[in-house]
Design a protein around this ligand. Structure first.
Ligand code: C2E
Ligand code: CA
Ligand code: CA
Length: 576
């Protein structure tokens, strides 16, 4: 009936415009029963055909679709809510937006891809195309089209050959749907310090590490477990009929496998792993929550020393909430001209005489009246949220400013400034440092940049260039926390460092440990042989000082000589 009306309408238009339609006869005389056409089309395609009467809002779906998705019938009046409930939560917004555009008549074409849950509880990908037909007055009349079932479309991560996160989601959802009374375990694994491997070595090298790790984990999996590749350095293992014990045992195997130094292309590296784990049903009832909590647990594992598995708990939730809160407050501080950031200064003395040599600038953060958060907590957050470069520049500028004032009172004084390895990715860093020192008229030889041992010894030529550039303008480089990284003493021979700072763990037990004493002596000797000076950190008592004093060290930094203090206190205590 509609078609006839339309032809009539065309004829009227042609008459008005004087167009003669030569096919008019044929078009007019061709008629068919649209019910049969619908049936024939439905029979001859694997796609699902749908039609909606836009005046009533009633949809008609094909039988195959009703069966596959367990719809209440072929004709549905509240399709939006019934079908909408089957659409994947992550795809729902795009699905609803596209439907809304049609319903409000803002577009005539509908094209959207989304996942919907079928009768078996599997997420299947759907591609839906449709068109809106209007009546003579332009009012929406009919909306019809086809939905292509793209199936489970097994999606594989090309780099590792492992199924990807969509597959994982599908697998977990269908396990829960099919066997709701059986436990499912999810364990998300991350490579410790992968950012480091990637930033300091090449991206290709990082990719290779991911492939190697993927293969090794796969070879350790028990029968009822499968591994998936998530984004970046993350993997996920899904366990059927899981228990904490089973998951813990697998992690222990993984931990042991990766506890040794690995080698690829003659490059040595460590790729230990941390894991966060959850169990269905006690920790969550659906994939979305379970995977979120597993990631929180992984974050926690990384924050509490790495190389460990952490199972989800209320404690983890508290930790995550704090992390989010601190990130927000840090952002706010940076946006308000670094409000709440401060520097403390800790005295460094000449080892033998105890005379002032300089100070290390140590970052502090916290508003008045609020609890103070230590740098061990807020520096990693700044690194994770990308603010470290901005804050790092502020720290450099502030510390260099103090240095310029203080060299007038103590001409040989040096200020040591800690640099995060991520600051090396700041392409304007050296130019910035140079400009600041020129502005305040400070000779760069008064500045020492402290970088951790692992950053300095990574054999990346790009990094060596940065260090060499710094040294070429007169800044000195100190290798911080020496002895805590993985490198051997042999690195001292070629490391681009002017000073080595031995970590305080070697002082802690020095009264009883002959190993620690020997280690310090050895490092001093090796360094002096190649022209590197040595500073010992963490000397707290007179007894410790007595022992280390005769070891030939150049500098000492520790509570015995001075705790970190404000710039004003430092100035009045040691410089006036
Ligand atoms: P670090 O660079 O090894 O700094 C030395 C840390 O040892 C300081 O802790 C200092 O207060 C502490 N310390 C010094 N002498 C002694 C001692 O005799 N006994 C004991 N028990 N501790 C001593 P702080 O200020 O909490 O800093 C912790 C870490 O945070 C620093 O370790 C450094 O890695 C990082 N950090 C601090 N300020 C900055 C900064 O401005 N930038 C960057 N990137 N990192 C910073
Ligand atoms: Ca330091
Ligand atoms: Ca240190």
């Amino acid at each position: 009936m509609y078609k006839k009306k339309r032809l009539l309408h065309i004829k009227r238009a042609e008459k008005a415009f004087g167009i003669k339609n030569t096919e008019e006869e044929t078009a007019d005389s061709f008629s068919y029963d649209k019910e049969y056409l619908y049936d024939a089309l439905v029979q001859s395609t694997d796609d699902y055909i749908y039609v909606c009467n836009m005046k009533t809002g009633i949809f008609r779906y094909t039988k195959a679709m009703v069966e596959e998705f367990d719809l209440p019938g072929e004709v549905i009046s509240d399709a939006a809510s019934i079908w909408g409930a089957k659409v994947h939560p992550h795809d729902k917004q795009a699905f609803l937006d596209s439907n809304k555009e049609i319903a409000e008549g803002r577009t005539d074409c509908h094209s959207v891809e989304y996942r919907a849950m079928n009768r078996k509880g599997e997420w299947v990908w759907m591609r839906c195309r449709g068109h809106l037909e209007r009546d003579e007055s332009g009012e929406p009349l009919l909306f019809a089209g086809m939905i292509t079932n793209l199936g489970k479309r097994k999606r594989v991560d090309h780099m590792t050959g492992l199924p990807n996160k969509y597959e994982c989601e599908q697998e977990v959802s269908s396990l829960i749907h099919m066997r709701p009374n059986h436990a499912v375990g999810i364990m998300i694994l991350g490579i410790d310090g992968f950012k480091h491997i990637n930033d300091l070595y090449s991206r290709e090298f990082g990719d290779e590490v991911i492939r190697i790790v993927a293969q090794k984990i796969q070879s350790l999996l028990p029968q009822a477990a499968a591994i998936y590749r998530f984004d970046g350095d993350l993997f996920c293992v899904v366990f059927q009929d899981a228990t904490k014990d089973k998951m813990g045992k697998l992690f222990e195997k993984i931990r042991r496998t990766f506890s040794h130094q690995q080698e690829f292309n003659n490059k040595k590296y460590y790729s230990s792993l941390s894991a966060g784990a959850v169990l269905y049903p006690q920790d969550g009832m659906d994939y979305s929550n379970l995977s979120k909590y597993a990631e929180y647990s992984l974050d926690y594992a990384k924050h509490s020393g790495k190389k460990r598995i952490v199972f989800f708990s209320g404690e983890i939730m508290k930790h995550k909430t704090r992390l989010l809160d601190l990130t927000e407050r840090l952002r706010d501080s940076v946006e308000h001209n670094f409000r709440g950031f401060n520097l403390n200064y800790q005295l460094q003395v000449e080892a033998d005489s105890g005379i002032i040599a300089g100070a290390e600038a140590l970052a502090r953060w916290g508003y008045q009246g609020e609890e103070n958060v230590g740098p061990g907590e807020f520096i990693p957050i700044l690194e994770a949220c990308g603010l470290i470069q901005l804050v790092g520049r502020w720290i450099f500028k502030t510390a260099a400013g103090a240095c310029a004032r203080w060299v007038k009172l103590c001409p040989w004084l040096t200020i040591s400034i800690n640099l995060s390895y991520l600051q090396l990715a700041d392409p304007g860093l050296i130019y910035f440092m140079k400009r600041i020192m020129e502005e305040i008229n400070l000779d760069p030889s008064h500045i020492i940049v402290e970088m951790t041992e692992s950053t300095i010894v990574s054999d990346i030529s790009a990094l060596n260039n940065v260090f060499e550039e710094m040294r070429s303008i007169g800044i000195k480089i100190a290798m911080d926390d020496f002895g805590t990284g993985y490198s051997s003493l042999g690195v001292l021979k070629s490391a681009p460092a002017d000073i080595v700072k031995i970590d305080r763990i070697f002082v802690k037990d020095i009264l009883t440990s002959s190993f620690d004493m020997t280690f310090i002596r050895f490092v001093v000797q090796l360094c002096h042989d190649v022209g590197i000076e040595v500073c010992l950190e963490g000397v707290e008592t007179e007894e410790e000082y007595e022992i280390v004093r005769s070891m030939g060290l150049d500098y000492i930094q520790g509570y015995l000589f001075g705790k970190p203090m404000t710039g004003d206190d430092f100035e009045s205590e040691y410089l006036s």
